[in-house]
Design a protein around this ligand. Structure first.
Ligand code: C2E
Ligand code: MG
Ligand code: MG
Length: 695
């Protein structure tokens, strides 16, 4: 009940005659009134009972629930009679007859109050005892029963000595004392947290401020010494003789339980019930702080399972939760009892080995975890394999504080991920550097476009028969203020991983087409512009980009050429082959880059609408000295010709290499021997020197 009663009765509730003149001006919460044993009824304007205090209900022989919504005439048969609540002055007590459930009538004093914060038309009837001693006795008896049976602990104590006048059953049960034993005790004995001075101050305040209630947290001590938390509500009982202090103690263990649930939520993963990141970090901290001799040794393993996110996306959250729980179970089985297993993210678990004896090996544990998680997981009708990556940081070697250790374990995990590996990796300083560089690389690349840090250079491809430049390859360059020039072998894979390659690739296409247009305008009509295509770019949308790039620069499809690697087909199979066919059907020549180093599949060569095969540089390097490499090169050239493809050798640096290639009938070369890649502004001069026929 949230409503409050504003009331100025002459009497003081069920205190009987002696409390009549207490002059209490009550502004009390109704439920407190109820607890103190006041009898009251709250009536709707219609005269129906809205609320009835326990004391009042018992007075009439009912449970309070039974009386709700009933007409008040049931209890006060001559209601309202002369008693007009609308006109009664607050504090005036009228005398009516009450009717007990048994039919017995008894005299009753009634006063009217109004409710604050409730329907203004509702009324509170305060019920008072009358002079009839018999009725008063009955009433006191009933009241005592009510107090005795309250769910809260109720004490009535005498201020000053704080001895008990009354202790109800709940209090006796909770505290474990026999009723007689309370005679020897004071409120301070059962509430060791309170002190006499504090109680004196409380008493003074209660005395000075009528109707005040003071709430205090308390810890009650049982007879056996154990304690429990309570919420104490103290108020003065209206009395003109001995002042009495009423103490209601509510066991807050339920509240404590709620707190525990709350704590459970903030420290544990709700799906697996494993500690979460917060608790894990805290435990790690404790292990590290707990050893002032700096002897804490152990390891943190961070275990990443991206599949959980995938399952969530494809099969739904229920299956993702099942998977999470099963992973947690297998992990817990794999570790030793004293190790801490936690779920530190949606798709990340962690294990802490607190290895006092130095006999637990993080590597061996990682192996155990890998094999435990290697078996497929059954999710409904699906069997799901869960690739696992584990990053390990040991302490004190890889850090002495929790954050450093966790960070280094995460770095080690990145190391595994970046290698696209499934397995585990220990943190090393080198790895740290590599990852730091990678972070710098990622950051730099994400802003490289807007900062215009990319440029293109062009390397000629020369016909071995006519010695004419038949084309140039556009090669991407990136120059960053902090990192300097970064080679494409380093940054292109990062662009691919981060997906930035689409944007950058589009820019390359446009810039190369633009350069090709300028060559054309300068009369170099036969110099085809070769553009490298990443696997990630081979998508349907790319066809549109390609068309508009050609249209935008006014080029014919045959003015450019696209270099792809076998990985395109390996990754996307039939779909990629279909797309490449469409590109070829547009009239754009395709060449197979780096041939010989990857899959070198004859069937790829046959399936694809290729124009040219480029032999990988690694075979050219030792071509003149290594007969085996020479044989491979010869075979590739012959195979290419058998399939009616042109064959070009890349990375040709020496005359000797050139001689061998000529002998084998290679069609073109590209390499430092003829020219390194050059910037656009030099390209024109280079081509002019090469005396490419001008048209
Ligand atoms: P790639 O397509 O095989 O390019 C040939 C690489 O060999 C180029 O390296 C070139 O500078 C280098 N090279 C040429 N002649 C010689 C030589 O005689 N000796 C030696 N040692 N090297 C030679 P670069 O420019 O570092 O490019 C490396 C790779 O990066 C390229 O290999 C290509 O796969 C990729 N790449 C470059 N630009 C782009 C681009 O615009 N888009 C995409 N997707 N990849 C690109
Ligand atoms: Mg290339
Ligand atoms: Mg190549």
């Amino acid at each position: 009940m949230k409503a409050e009663l504003v009331f100025s009765p002459e009497g003081g509730g069920f205190g009987g005659e002696s409390s009549r003149n207490a002059g209490l001006a009550a502004v009390l919460p109704l439920d407190v009134l109820d607890m103190t044993g006041n009898g009251f009824l709250v009536l709707a304007e219609s005269g129906h009972i809205l609320t009835v205090s326990h004391a009042a209900a018992r007075l009439f022989g009912y449970d309070s629930d039974e009386l709700r919504e009933r007409p008040v005439g049931l209890l006060l048969p001559d209601w309202p009679g002369e008693f007009d609540p609308g006109r009664m002055a607050p504090g005036r007590v009228a005398y009516l007859t009450g009717r007990h459930r048994t039919g017995e009538s008894f005299p009753l004093g009634v006063a009217v109050g109004r409710l604050v914060m409730a329907d203004p038309m509702s009324r509170v009837l305060m019920l008072y005892g009358v002079t009839d001693q018999g009725a008063a006795d009955r009433r006191s008896q009933r009241l005592l029963t009510i107090i005795e049976e309250s769910n809260d602990e109720i004490f009535v104590v005498v201020p000053g000595g704080w001895r008990f006048q009354l202790v109800n059953r709940r209090a006796r049960d909770n505290l474990g004392y026999a009723p007689a034993e309370f005679d020897q005790l004071t409120l301070l004995d059962i509430n060791p947290g309170l002190d006499a001075e504090q109680l004196v101050a409380v008493h003074r305040r209660l005395r000075d401020t009528p109707a005040l209630e003071i709430t205090l947290p308390g810890i009650q001590q049982r007879r056996n010494g154990s304690t429990y938390e309570v919420n104490l509500r103290l108020h003065l009982l209206p009395s003109d003789s001995t002042p009495l202090l009423a103490v209601l103690a509510r066991d807050t263990s339920e509240a404590t339980r709620n707190e525990a649930i709350l704590q459970q939520h903030s420290f544990y993963d709700q799906v697996t019930m494993l500690p979460n990141r917060v608790l894990f970090r805290d435990r790690l901290r404790r292990v590290l702080d707990g050893r002032d001799d700096r002897s804490a040794t152990g390891a943190v393993l961070v275990i990443s399972l991206d599949t959980i996110a995938l399952v969530n996306e494809c099969l739904g959250p229920a299956d993702a939760e099942t998977l999470g729980r099963e992973v947690a179970r297998r992990l817990s089985d794999a570790v030793q009892v004293r190790d801490t297993v936690a779920r530190v993210g949606d798709a990340e678990f962690a294990v802490m080995i607190d290895d006092q004896d130095g006999d637990e090996d993080a590597g061996a544990l990682a192996e155990r975890i890998l094999s435990a998680l290697h078996r497929p997981f059954q999710l409904g009708d699906y069997q799901v394999m869960v690739p696992v990556a584990i990053g390990i940081a040991t302490f004190p070697d890889n850090g002495r504080d929790a954050d450093t250790i966790l960070g280094n374990a995460a770095t080690a995990l990145l190391g595994v991920r970046e290698d696209f590996a499934v397995g585990y990796r220990f943190f090393t300083d080198g790895l740290n550097l590599a990852v730091k560089n990678r972070v710098a690389l990622n950051n730099g690349l994400s802003r490289a476009m807007e900062r215009e840090e990319f440029s293109l250079v062009y390397q000629p491809k020369v016909d071995l028969v006519t010695w004419q430049v038949r084309g140039v390859e556009a090669l991407l360059r990136w120059r960053n203020l902090d990192l300097g020039s970064v080679p494409p072998d380093v940054f292109v894979p990062v662009l691919e991983r981060t997906g930035l390659i689409s944007e950058v690739g589009d820019w390359v296409l446009e810039a190369a087409c633009d350069q090709r247009r300028r060559l054309k305008e300068a009369g170099f009509t036969e110099v085809r512009m070769a553009i490298n295509l990443s696997v990630r770019q081979v998508r349907r949308e790319f066809l549109g980009t390609l068309r508009s790039a050609l249209a935008g620069s006014g080029l014919e499809p045959g003015d450019i050429e696209l270099e792809i690697t076998e990985s395109v087909i390996v990754k996307d199979g039939q779909a990629a082959v279909g797309l490449l066919r469409e590109i070829a059907d547009m009239g754009i020549p395709l060449s197979m880059d780096d041939f010989g180093c990857g899959y070198s599949s004859l069937s790829h060569l046959r399936r694809l609408p290729l124009d040219t095969i480029k032999i990988d540089r690694s075979f050219i390097t030792d071509l003149a000295s290594d007969p085996e490499d020479a044989e491979i090169v010869r075979a590739i050239i012959n195979m290419g010709h058998a399939l009616r493809r042109r064959v070009i050798a890349e990375g040709v640096e020496t005359i000797q290499q050139l001689a061998v290639l000529r002998r084998f009938g290679c069609d073109e070369i590209q390499g430092y021997l003829y020219s390194p890649p050059v910037p656009g502004r030099e390209l024109m001069a280079l081509l002019a020197r090469a005396r490419v026929p001008l048209r």
